[in-house]
Write a protein that binds this ligand. Structure first.
Ligand code: HEC
Length: 689
């Protein structure tokens, strides 16, 4: 404890020094927001620094030199999720792909230095819904890796040897862990997800990064079967009414955290409630804290300090787990230490990060659930009908369940003062007409009737938007292909980098939004880019390939783009006058109905197969209605559904388990046969959708 306290003192002193040194650069240099503690040449954490600005202070690659930016090296990854963010430190690039498979590459040459297999595929046959972690963390010569099934590893950054290993939750718990871990103040911070599926109780854990000992755990919602165990839970429990213990919960923190070393606060982004429908979850209403909130806790103890709730009484899957960017902004003539978040609900929030005080919020995308956020109270002014319970028909909810912004990180440039947000424009039709909210089965579909991604005018679109957080206005906006925008990075070269679903890696002028450079990456890009420097040379790295978390599940908005699983997944690294080229792309046969002469239509078996497909979450990897988005093969054109034995070997027997296809040995033979029938029928329907 003493040494941790001392380290924090040293960090605070360094931060103060950084403010002093950089005070000359800009009147309110937000780079001091935890930013200067990371070596400017490295990118050791998901957002590079504790303040999660996704900003590189390097400027060798800039608006003048960017024309010379070209590929320096590439590294081919095997199959599996690659919608992930890399790290760079000490002359190495660290990459996670698939199910927590880690590679360390030489940052200058791209040569493989070591690799680490967490063996998640063998240990967790269900692969916890299929998304490996989106990122990893680096600190003090260590690489930190989490697995979907709840394990945490600290690896020696030089050898890949395991230094410690621990488990945050049991294999049998209905949780998954796929957010990038953070290391703040010598502690590893990690949350988990799963509140779309059952009434789990969300929490965040902190581990000593040196030893793996658990330091604290913060629960985000009460345990309704007991008296509140602390002050935070007393505050929370008073906002839930009529709850049946075991039937309500959520508040998982599956993605974002940030940290202010001077205030000694860790910020937790909290998710949705289970079930979504508040009439089931908390029939007496209430805000249901700390769902859809930002909660500040003491870094040392995990003790509650303040909270701000973005969607009180959340019932639209409007999670607040999106990244929380820390900066210092001059607002109304005052320097404010702020936290900025663009959560799913479509409003961009600026919050005082010392006190949690609401400063401002405006819509950055189309919003129908609320008219505005009241300036006095900081609470939304909801629109009639948004609380769908008991109303006939469906409410046209914008942003829909996917949100106006998901886990793809926004970035902030202290030079331009702008936030670069990957924006999704989309809707969900939602209601609960016909649902018996008192029935236990109402929990399926979260107590709602919904169409989660309907094809409405203006929906299924995406944008890169530059947002001025002081005036709360859009500065510029670029429409992107598809409806799943990639993560962004801003640099001191006044550039914003972002990959696109159509296989382009693009740099924009950070001030004007003009496209100034692009590279044909041969494959979709979802993960965020990073930048680092070795021996005075600046590099930019990004990983290509889609995954389940890259919109690979709700594929309707990706149809028409080449997100095919057969496309290469790669680590691409760029520098000025790079000199490497990608090999030409192998031609791929177009998706066409497979030759299946023995197929006979059987509507009832096909309907049952569609149900089995949905109940087993096959669409998480193989796409809604078996239309794949790049996370796994398109099963409509696969030869296996028409080959009984091979199909059963793969699906029930786990024949492709090491390649990332889970084993579903609990599916009865008759249901697997229904699946086969459904997939063959879907194959014959190609071109008819
Ligand atoms: C965790 C993500 C994931 C889930 C969930 C998943 N699959 Fe797969 N599946 C894969 C991947 C990845 C492959 C490709 C493996 C490889 O590269 O050979 C695959 C391959 C297959 C194949 C072989 C296709 C071919 O042409 O090579 C079949 C058949 C299949 N899956 C059926 C299913 C069914 C049916 C379900 C639901 C019961 C399901 N999968 C759920 C990831 C998944």
């Amino acid at each position: 404890m003493a040494s941790a306290g001392m380290a924090r003192g040293v960090r605070a002193a360094l931060a103060a020094l950084a403010v002093a040194v950089f005070a000359g650069c800009a009147p309110s240099d937000p780079a001091a927001d935890g930013g200067m503690l990371a070596d400017a040449n490295d990118w050791p954490l998901w957002g590079r620094t504790d303040g999660e600005q996704h900003y590189s202070p390097l400027n060798q690659i800039n608006t003048n030199s960017v024309g010379r930016l070209s590929l320096a090296w590439h590294y081919d990854l095997p199959s599996g999720n690659s919608a992930t963010g890399p790290l760079a430190a000490d002359g190495k690039v660290f990459v996670t792909s698939g199910h927590s498979y880690i590679r360390a590459l030489d940052a200058v040459t791209g040569d493989l230095l070591w690799e680490f297999d967490s063996h998640t595929r063998e240990l967790d046959p269900a692969m916890s819904m299929g998304w490996g972690p989106r990122g990893i963390a680096y600190w003090n010569q260590r690489v930190f890796v989490t697995t979907e099934d709840g394990r945490i590893f600290a690896l020696d950054a030089n050898s890949g040897e395991t230094l410690w290993e621990t488990r945050d939750f049991g294999l049998d718990e209905l949780r998954n862990q796929n957010g990038p871990p953070r290391v703040f103040d010598g502690k590893l911070i990690i949350g988990n997800g799963g509140a779309d599926l059952s009434a789990i109780r969300g929490y965040v854990s902190a581990y000593d990064a040196m030893t793996g000992e658990r330091v604290w755990r913060f629960y985000t919602v009460p345990d309704f079967s007991q008296e509140p165990e602390n002050e935070a839970m007393r505050i929370a429990a008073a906002t839930w009414h009529g709850v049946t213990p075991g039937q309500a919960g959520g508040g998982t923190a599956w993605n974002a955290f940030s940290y202010d070393p001077e205030l000694d606060l860790v910020y937790i982004g909290v998710g949705n409630g289970f079930p979504y429908n508040q009439a089931i979850r908390s029939p007496g209403g209430g805000d249901n804290l700390f769902l859809a909130s930002i909660v500040a806790v003491r870094a040392d103890t995990g003790e509650y300090v303040w909270h701000y709730q973005t969607s009180p009484g959340e019932q639209w899957d409007h999670v607040s787990v999106m990244d929380m960017t820390l900066a210092t902004l001059r607002i109304d003539g005052r320097e404010r230490r702020v936290l900025m978040q663009a959560p799913k609900n479509g409003f961009f929030y600026v919050i005082d990060r010392e006190t949690g005080e609401f400063i401002s919020a405006e819509a950055f995308a189309r919003v129908t659930w609320a008219e505005r956020i009241d300036q006095e109270t900081g609470r939304p002014v909801e629109n009639p009908g948004a609380r769908y319970h008991g109303r006939p028909g469906m409410f046209e909810l914008w942003p829909g369940f996917r949100g106006a912004h998901s886990w793809s990180p926004q970035s902030f440039s202290p030079r331009t003062g702008l936030v670069y947000i990957p924006v999704i424009e989309g809707a969900t039709l939602v209601g609960d007409e016909g649902i018996d909210v008192d029935s236990p089965t109402a929990h399926f579909t979260n107590g709602t009737v919904n169409d989660s991604n309907p094809d409405l005018p203006g929906a299924r679109r995406s944008f890169l938007r530059a947002w001025d957080p002081v005036s709360q206005r859009e500065r510029w906006s670029v429409e992107l292909p598809g409806d799943w925008p990639g993560g962004t990075m801003a640099t001191a070269g006044d550039l914003v980098f972002q990959g696109r679903i159509d296989g382009q890696f693009v740099a924009y002028n950070a001030r004007s939004g003009r496209e100034v450079w692009s590279f044909a990456s041969q494959a979709p890009i979802v993960g965020p880019p990073i930048s680092f420097s070795v021996d005075g040379r600046q590099y930019v790295t990004v990983i290509t390939g889609n995954g389940a978390t890259g919109g690979g599940m709700l594929t309707e908005g990706l149809v028409g783009y080449r997100t095919d699983y057969r496309l290469p997944r790669r680590v691409l690294t760029f520098a000025l006058d790079g000199g490497d080229v990608l090999p030409p792309l192998d031609p791929m046969p177009p998706l066409a109905p497979p030759d299946d002469p023995t197929f006979r239509s059987n509507a009832s078996l096909e309907a049952r197969g569609a149900m089995v497909f949905a109940m087993n979450a096959c669409m998480v990897c193989h796409g809604n209605n078996a239309v794949a988005g790049g996370a796994a093969p398109d099963l409509r054109t696969s030869p296996y559904p028409s080959d009984r034995e091979a199909f059963h070997d793969i699906v029930r027997g786990g024949a492709l388990q090491t390649a990332g296809m889970p084993r579903f040995d609990h599916i009865p033979v008759a249901d697997a046969e229904a699946l086969r029938q459904y997939l063959r029928a879907r194959g014959q329907q190609i071109g008819q959708d």
